[in-house]
Design a protein around this ligand. Structure first.
Ligand code: NAD
Ligand code: DAU
Length: 339
């Protein structure tokens, strides 16, 4: 089996590359990534030594470039992780989100149509469902929850999902879609909540909590997400959507306090800043369908996952310190200066 993994130099894509190389010793992985600020070749250093792995630095919006890769590689399956993924950046500059997340997905599906494919899998997000109220813990996102987006990021991901479904209905493209909750783990870019708080706490810098910190996210260790996608590729039905989440809801402020405690840092570092525009209150996935149909269950408890993640950031300071000293520093100053 030959799998094209787009966005494989990013957080979840790289974890998926390593997961699949390890789990399926006969599979070949073709990684396509244009290396935006979020893509990092040092993340893929180990994979580059593997003869079953090949890397193309190509933008998924580059039709000729993508078609040339399909012409050469003839993949069996495509898993599309490539995306602009940060909500705050989408509020600042929406356009590139529409280009990559919608038009890039279209280019990939056009290539799948031309060259033939056993499965095109779109990695989507629970953010397409909007949010749930804080005072209704009985409510969850199911695959039937209406799409109702809040940010340019989630709108672009929802648009891509609709296009994927349209290619299934109109052209019979064999597609599947997964909508996962918040991931955490190794190689996550330090602009996202957990690695940002770890990096700032280690540097004794302020820990910027949006609003009152009461917003709730449903955290899943990244390896459990990779395992779920693997199961969908092998046993999931064409044209179907699968929600992925492990019933692990936590308030942002509790996560930040936990990180302070684990790193033995003072909670006085916590700084409440202006809330995110359109900030979704609560995400919570109902994973009944993927559990019932594919037997998926998360394997990593949050207590263990956060321990492993903090350990990883402590052991890989070079990885994230290089990042926080580059383009990211300008972004950080712009995003947090007057907040
Ligand atoms: P990320 O930002 O860490 O990585 C994205 C990768 O895509 C980077 O390597 C980047 O270089 C690459 N990329 C961006 N634009 C590209 C383009 N035009 N052409 C080729 N490559 C491009 O993102 P992530 O957090 O790993 O998320 C991966 C996918 O999973 C995204 O589609 C995201 O919407 C989805 N998702 C993320 C989470 C989460 O918690 N992080 C949860 C659910 C779903
Ligand atoms: O739910 C899945 C989504 O999870 C993915 O689709 C996105 O790609 C991914 O980025 C993530 O989106 P969030 O907006 O939930 O993640 P983020 O890490 O940016 O923020 C998590 C929560 O923490 C959110 O309520 C905002 C808050 N936050 C975030 C940052 C960066 C803060 O309070 N302070 C911060 O500095």
């Amino acid at each position: 089996m030959k799998i094209i993994v787009t966005g494989g130099a990013g957080f979840i894509g790289s974890n998926f590359v390593y997961y699949m190389l390890d789990k399926h010793p006969d599979y070949r992985i073709v990684c396509i990534d244009c290396l935006t600020y979020a893509g990092n070749m040092s993340t893929l250093a180990k994979a580059m030594e593997n003869p079953r792995f090949v890397f193309y630095k190509t933008n998924i919006c580059d039709r000729a470039g993508i078609f040339a890769i399909f012409e050469k590689e003839h993949p069996d399956v495509v898993v599309n992780f490539a995306a602009e993924s940060h909500v705050d950046r989408s509020i600042e500059t929406p356009e590139v989100f529409l280009q990559t997340n919608i038009l890039g997905t279209q280019v990939l599906m056009d290539a799948c149509r031309k060259y033939g494919i056993a499965r095109f899998h779109q990695v989507s997000t629970d953010e397409v469902y909007g949010d749930l109220p804080l005072d209704r813990p009985d409510l969850f996102f199911t695959e039937r929850t209406p799409i109702c987006t809040s940010s340019p990021y989630s709108a672009s991901k929802a648009s891509a999902d609709l296009l994927v479904h349209a290619y299934y209905r109109t052209y019979g493209l064999p597609v599947s879609i997964s909508r996962c909750s918040n991931n955490y783990g190794p190689y996550q870019f330090p602009e996202k909540l957990i690695p940002l708080m770890i990096a700032n706490a280690l540097g004794e810098k302020p820990l910027p909590v949006y609003g009152k910190g009461e917003n709730v996210r449903d955290w899943l260790y990244v390896e459990d997400h990779c395992n779920a996608i693997d199961l969908i590729l092998h046993g999931g039905c064409e044209g179907e959507v699968y929600n992925i989440g492990g019933h692990n809801e936590m308030r942002n402020i509790d996560i930040v306090k936990l990180i302070c405690a684990k790193l033995d840092k003072s909670e006085e570092l916590i700084t409440y800043v202006t809330d995110r525009k359109g900030h979704d209150l609560r995400y919570a996935i109902d994973p009944t369908k993927i559990h019932r149909e594919l037997g998926w269950l998360p394997e990593t408890r949050f207590a263990d996952g956060i321990e492993k993640t903090i350990r990883w950031y402590l052991d890989h300071t070079d990885w994230w310190k290089t990042i926080v000293s580059g383009e990211y520093r300008d972004y950080y100053e712009r995003m947090y200066a007057n907040r």
